[in-house]
Design a protein around this ligand. Sequence first.
Ligand code: BGC
Length: 418
Amino acid sequence: MKPGFIRLVAIFSMLFAMFVSASFGGEVEVLHWWTSGGEAKSVGVLKQLLEAEGHTWKDFAVAGGGGDTAMTVLRSRAVSGNPPTAAQVKGPQIQQWGDEGVLANLDDVAKKGDWDRLLPAVVSDVMKYKGHYVAVPVNVHRINWMWCNPDVFRKAGATIPTTWEQFSVAAEKIKKAGFIPVAFGGQAWQEATVFETIVLGIGGAAFFRKALIEADSAALNSEVMVKCLTIFKNIKQYTDKDAPGRDWNLATAMVIQGKAAMQFMGDWAKGEFTAAGKAPGVDFIAAPAPETSGAFLFNIDSFIMFNVKNKDAQAAQKSMARLIMEPKFQEVFNVNKGSIPVRLGMSRAAFDDAALRAFDEFASAAASGALLPSMAHEMAVFPAIRGAIFDVVTNFYNSDMPPEEAAKKLAQDVKDAM
Ligand code: BGC
């Protein structure tokens, strides 16, 4: 073959490759609420992978931990007929969006990727609307954690508590030693996160299920609930005066910097410690929240895709869904984020001790009936019920309302919201 001809073939192949990638490169506008240091690092992985396939990532980050602001913004964009291409939405809300008939069907990606085999059924059921995949899961977060600064505990002569009684003893010592015992962010979702962790610890899995999943009036207005509320309020004296309104990651920073001893928060907090270069087991300790060892309150992040007409945008959506479930993303993202992979059968080699404990307790809690969806993180009840619980919990925490009255109000307001 003549060298000229070979060069021509090479140029032609290059042009063809450029044409192929250009014609398949679409844009995805992705709504999410991952704006803290650890979160941004994690979501950056997805952006990179998508861009490596020739697509464009249009970032639509809406700040606000727990995602309530993001969900309000999403609703208003959807109502005006202009939803983003992809959005971070989870739990029962996926079904609500499905009811509106606006979601793209991801069955072909799921089939090619074998999602039915690679996901636990409890997860894939939530991702499907009327039997069709409309969402892709990202991770499994565990809520019932306590993030401790061992140095602060040591200086105060306090021990990391495993019961709520021990918590009060430790918190007193820490306070006397001049530290803030609990790093707290006074926002409704953070208050609800701490509250539900106490309900799990004090009430146990069966009570949690009755009260915060089935929204049972008798459980909501019960002596056990009064006890949970009392313990919740007891924490307040161990927080600082700047707690109201504080973002969760700023509370985590107080533990990182040794100003505070502990924070009750899901394992996205670990993403902040690792992003700050802190070593697990050395600079920080991840312990189960008091009385919740062996139980696993879970929260699964996921993305829904909205129907779009543009073929390139459809291709970009499908790439995004496929990449999320691939081992590479599942590993790097979850190591950064503090969560564990949602995909079954992943290697554990890259994960730290806290993650390994989460892997093991996810399985053992599933077997013992102590694997529970989080109410605070939109996994357990519809938004109206969650909103009613949030209102009572936050009003109770921020007023002089007696716990008996709060329990009664919980039962009443939840019933009205049903
Ligand atoms: C989400 C996490 C997120 C956290 C704080 C939770 O509801 O599931 O992914 O890091 O909120 O914003």
